[in-house]
Design a protein. Structure first.
Length: 314
């Protein structure tokens, strides 16, 4: 049987999670709706991990947690400070005169924050589009799974982390914690006594953690498109999707543009186009979440850069 919890015991007072928002919107203040949603999302994520850990530990024969009331563990917020928006999240155990049980709960809280951190780390260090394709099929991408499997978590904790990434409700609540970051100058730093390195989330990597929110916004894209011909590069293809068949970057730069093949076009005919430069004709909606209803795709040559142009002139 695999070890459920680390033998590296700590006092409960030494285990914490720090959530720090920084940037123009967080100079000692935070929008009250964003704060409320963030705390509700954080509460759900931490309690979901906690419940699964306790259930897992309770499977052990003669477990001291048999019949344990999870409500004896409070997740509390403390230490708000100014000039950014930082708070410390910690656990409080309402148990007296039971050193063994308190020690077990300390190990559980230690794993709680470790799992929470690994879920974020695995996702922000992986390819956003690959993760999205996997989640559309209710799977975890190979890249994310490999990151978690190579982490210092116990086998049981690794299983919990991977299962939570596939849990849509968990991801929706995770998104509430990331959503307050709006501008390019705003950041979120998550640190803990259980993390080797702080987790830094900003405009460059937040999209993968906002997956559910962004997908809903894309579905509500009511912008009127216009016929265009654009050049760029295909960086992902989903052979099984009903929509969002292709990920395309105009001029191989900027945000990924979701491409939906029109009726009569078969995605299997474009399998070899992955990584290729192409010309796409179709109805282009150039909004916050750009997309193209594709009518035609043809392969093209990669553009000649300035250095190559100079060489040709010589």
């Amino acid at each position: 049987m695999s070890v459920l919890f680390s033998e590296d015991k700590k006092d409960i007072e030494d285990i914490y999670l720090k959530i720090k928002y920084d940037g123009p919107s967080f100079d000692g203040v935070m929008n009250i709706q964003d704060l409320g949603n963030e705390l509700l999302g954080l509460e759900y994520c931490l309690k979901e991990i906690l419940d699964r850990l306790i259930k897992d530990y309770s499977k052990v024969k003669d477990s001291e947690l048999s019949g344990f009331d999870v409500n004896l563990i409070d997740i509390v917020a403390k230490d708000f400070i100014d000039n950014c928006f930082l708070k410390t999240i910690a656990a409080k155990i309402n148990i007296e005169k039971n050193a063994v049980l308190v020690s077990i709960i300390a190990l559980i809280i230690q794993q709680l924050f470790s799992i929470y951190g690994e879920i974020h780390t695995a996702q922000i260090n992986s390819d956003t589009e690959i993760i999205k394709i996997a989640l559309q099929k209710n799977e975890v991408s190979t890249e994310v799974a490999k990151h978690i499997k190579n982490s210092s978590l116990t086998d049981s904790a690794k299983y919990i982390a991977i299962s939570l990434i596939k849990d849509k409700k968990y991801r929706e609540n995770q998104a509430k914690i990331i959503k307050p970051i709006k501008g390019s100058a705003e950041t979120l730093e998550i640190s803990s006594s259980e993390f080797e390195n702080a987790i830094n989330i900003d405009h460059s990597n937040k999209d993968v953690l906002l997956y559910e929110v962004l997908e809903k916004n894309n579905d509500d894209n009511n912008e009127v498109g216009k016929s265009e011909t654009v050049n760029g590069r295909i960086h992902y293809i989903n052979l099984e999707a009903g929509r969002n068949h292709i990920g395309f970057k105009e001029n191989a730069e900027g945000v990924s543009i979701r491409c939906h093949l029109s009726v009569g076009l078969n995605i299997n005919n474009y399998k070899s186009f992955l990584g290729e430069w192409v010309e796409i004709q179709g109805v282009f909606k150039r909004g916050k979440n750009p997309e193209i209803d594709v009518e035609k795709i043809i392969k093209t040559q990669a553009p000649i850069n300035k250095a190559e142009q100079e060489n040709l002139r010589l």
